[in-house]
Design a protein around this ligand. Structure first.
Ligand code: SF4
Length: 471
């Protein structure tokens, strides 16, 4: 038997959602245990892995672009190329036929096999063979409960509490790429939360494709999130992504009353039309969704609500789009992810419903809804003016190292001048808000020479995306 190669350098790129980021932490952990070394430098890498997303069209396109770049690199030197995650699972034939440069494919339930697949691919290359390693079987049981993710530094740690999804929303590929829903043992999750607190993280985000349908024995999601929020040292607990059908009173009460559970709920709407909600298999009506929002806001009016909306789903008429528009106008979310419908291979919608709304109409509807939401987000954010907001400090603002950046309890970005306010990542500081755009709150007292006149709405209110997604 050949000796393991030493110091094999791996470059891992992640595309898509938070669940994929989390899976990359699992992959790093599993591979480091096996002696692999990670590098940020693609030029130095012996192995290049892409953890991919089949849900987001942008991520999908980026992966294909990267693959064509890698073709050149692979002609110059020995290199193992691996595609992991949802695209590996969903597009295996396409990827291997169209992209013969791929040596390893591993679906979301096959990461434990990755070190072996990569070693085999390296040996095969050394011996001049063209042997590929594919592992794309879905599991009913795999939750990686015993793998401690290799987390990057920061204030937030993710914990995946369940994997897969049984909902089969007709537009969504997740049940096919990530398999059936299964929840992790709650004791293991709480233990992991304790370890995270000891490592100094201040916030935990509980992840799952349909996170609030978590169920393990007599533990439901309300019991789980409360137990995690009770862990000493954890200041904030968030969760994503929930389904509107899984909000029993116990969960709403936990969110409303527990001091460490953030007052923020992401509540994917997708459409305001009952006919389309039926075609999407969302299992709620416009009226039921509205009633849930009412219940949440009656419990606590300060809970920040965000949503996802799909424009131009199969057969969406002008009037059906108007129903969505009116509902978004009425419910006044703090922010929204607005997507153009884009057909995903293997989904129920792809098999049963023609993608028959034209591209210009989809664009026009997305733009109208986007403009509406941008103005609502702007008005919502300006409700914080002259209030004091507790902010979890994350670090420097993206645009300037002289500005600090953190998040409000409701997950709204807050920016301030570091010369005026001193803080460290992980601190929770109370900041006075003096200005707001559609995406950001600005803290600190305005300098005397600067006008504090209201800013016009900024060019974006969050994220405008061109396709369906869940995270
Ligand atoms: S949209 Fe969410 S709830 Fe629906 S099938 Fe996809 S992952 Fe499951």
């Amino acid at each position: 038997m050949k000796a393991k190669p030493t110091a094999t350098h791996v470059h891992l790129e992640t595309f898509g959602c938070q669940m994929n980021e989390y899976d990359s932490e699992l992959v790093r952990s599993l591979m480091k245990q096996d002696g692999f070394v990670f590098t940020d430098d693609r030029e130095r890498a012996d192995v290049i892995l892409m953890n991919t997303c089949a849900i987001r069209e942008n991520a999908h396109n980026k992966v294909y672009k990267h693959l064509s770049e890698l073709r050149k690199l692979k002609q110059q030197r020995p290199l193992v190329v691996g595609v992991l995650g949802c695209m590996a699972q969903n597009l295996k034939e396409e990827l291997t036929d169209v992209q013969p440069l791929i040596d390893v494919l591993a679906g979301p339930d096959a990461y434990r096999q990755l070190p072996m697949l990569i070693r085999n691919a390296m040996l095969s290359q050394e011996e001049g063979l063209d042997q590929k390693g594919f592992a794309v079987d879905l599991s009913e049981y795999e939750t990686y409960h015993d793998v401690i993710p290799d987390r990057l530094d920061g204030v937030n740690a993710w914990i995946a509490v369940m994997r897969g999804c049984d909902n089969f929303c007709s537009f969504c590929v997740v049940p096919y790429t990530r398999g059936r829903e299964r929840s992790r043992d709650p004791e293991g999750i709480v233990q992991e939360a304790r370890r995270i607190a000891e490592q100094g993280f201040k916030q935990i985000t509980l992840l799952g494709q349909n996170v609030n349908s978590y169920r393990y024995g007599d533990w439901d999601f309300a019991k789980l999130i409360t137990a995690v929020a009770d862990v000493p040292g954890i200041e904030r607990v968030r969760f994503t992504s929930p389904h509107p059908k899984d909000f029993p009173p116990s969960l709403l009460e936990a969110v409303a009353s527990h001091p460490h559970i953030c007052k923020q709920i992401h509540l994917p709407l997708q459409s305001g039309s009952d006919r389309l909600l039926g075609l999407m298999n969302r299992t709620y009506t416009n009226k039921e969704y509205r009633a849930l929002v009412d219940r949440i806001r009656t419990l606590r009016s300060d809970i920040v609500l965000s949503t996802d909306v799909i424009c131009g789903f199969c057969g969406e008429s002008d009037e059906e789009f108007s129903e969505t528009y009116r509902l978004v106008e009425e419910l006044r979310f703090h922010s929204a992810f607005i997507f153009k419908y884009s057909e995903r291979k293997h989904t129920i919608a792809a098999r049963r419903f023609p993608d028959d709304v034209s591209e210009p109409i989809k664009t026009e509807r997305v733009t109208r809804l986007f403009n509406l939401q941008r103005n609502i987000s702007y008005e919502r954010n300006r409700e914080y003016l002259k209030t004091t907001v507790p902010v979890l400090v994350e670090g420097n603002a993206k645009r300037s190292a002289e500005q600090g950046m953190g998040k409000s309890d409701g997950n709204i970005t807050v920016i301030w001048n570091k010369r005026a306010i001193s803080s460290q990542p992980g601190d929770i500081v109370s900041l006075a808000i003096y200005d707001a755009s559609s995406t950001t709150l600005y803290a600190e007292s305005p300098p005397v020479h600067e006008s504090s006149a209201p800013r016009p709405p900024q060019n974006h209110f969050g994220k405008l995306r061109s396709k369906t997604e869940h995270f």
